[in-house]
Design a protein around this ligand. Structure first.
Ligand code: AHR
Length: 326
């Protein structure tokens, strides 16, 4: 499948942006004053600590910039996001931004936005479509890279393993870009050592409750599990509860690797209950504002903007925690 992350020619982009003039975007009669701009944002939901931090960051960035934000929460349902986007089209907002709950199934509604001349910005998650003219910019993490970083830690941790290492994977929402890509990157790296084996892989829907429930069930069918790789902190935190309820010690009897590095995850890492976290930054608000301003000025934003991220060991989490904003 080909993702919409190709680089479009700058000229073509400017033509596309110029076409947005009639439905707002400020390109026909020059830029609009910021306090006259309206942006519609269709959020995935409130499934995780990461998402809550992302929502707060976006809302406060718009408030600070003095740009009106229409915000909707899709409760992890694609049909709700599509409805929200259609309503933003009807209201003729200047820009639509959204974080797609799943990768596929967006062409129809994005074509409607294009026909209405409203530029679309993808934040956090990609869409999977053959038509890369359906959005002007995609701002977010490289999820494959995140999966690779998690896999690299596992590879090094078990470099001397002579016995099979049993791994349970807690997947994010089925069909979501971070679930697909984090699994792909992880699988690619751990394939270097045949002792590392994913014995079970199930979705916990990026929630703490989901992570707990799936871990409870999978611990019964896989009593010899050595490590849990969770696609986000919340599912890892749910796994900790399930491991403790089973009378085992998280971080020792069963190691845990997660992605996000939100405060609760970082605290669990500092406490030794999680062993390694790959950062995924939810702080996209300021960069989104810059993209909106560029569109308003008739400039072509970069087609793909990748968020800068790091990784955390226990020592690094202890050091970083006091200044962690989210
Ligand atoms: O798309 C980003 C992912 O979505 C985060 O890792 C996860 O916590 C969230 O729900």
């Amino acid at each position: 499948m080909k993702k919409l992350i190709g680089i479009a020619a700058a000229g073509a982009m400017l033509v596309a942006l110029a076409g947005c003039a009639s439905a707002g975007g400020g390109t026909a009669d020059g830029p609009k004053p910021l306090d006259e701009l309206v942006v519609g944002f269709a959020q995935v939901g409130a499934e995780s600590g990461w998402r809550t931090a992302n929502t707060k960051d976006i809302q406060s960035a718009f408030e600070e910039a003095g740009i009106e934000l229409k915000f909707s929460d899709a409760q992890q349902k694609q049909e709700n996001q599509i409805k929200a986007i259609r309503s933003y089209i009807q209201q003729q907002v200047d820009v639509i931004a959204f974080s797609p709950v799943v990768e596929t199934g967006w062409d129809a509604v994005l074509n409607e936005a294009k026909a209405a001349g409203i530029p679309v910005v993808l934040t956090d998650r990609a869409v999977d479509s053959k038509d890369d003219s359906l959005y002007v910019s995609f701002l977010g993490s490289d999820f494959v890279e995140e999966g690779k970083k998690a896999g690299q830690w596992v590879l090094e941790e078990y470099a001397d393993a002579t016995e099979p290492v049993e791994i349970i994977q807690l997947e994010g929402t089925t069909g979501a870009a971070p679930a697909i890509d984090r699994a792909e990157g992880f699988a690619e790296v751990i394939a270097e050592n045949p002792a590392l084996e994913v014995v079970a892989s199930q979705t916990g829907d990026f929630t703490r409750a989901g992570g707990k429930q799936v871990t409870e069930a999978l611990l019964k069918s896989n009593p010899g599990v050595d490590l849990i790789y969770a696609h986000n902190d919340d599912m890892g935190l749910g796994a900790i509860e399930a491991i403790e309820a089973a009378g085992l010690v998280p971080g020792k009897d069963i190691k845990i690797v997660t992605v996000d590095a939100v405060k609760d995850g970082m605290q669990a890492l500092a406490d030794g209950k999680i062993n390694f976290i790959v950062e995924c930054s939810p702080l996209l608000g300021k960069q989104l504002i810059e993209i909106v301003k560029q569109i308003n000025d008739g400039e072509a934003p970069e087609k793909r903007i990748i968020t800068e991220e790091t990784t955390f060991t226990q020592e690094q989490a202890i050091e970083a925690l006091p200044d962690r904003q989210y």
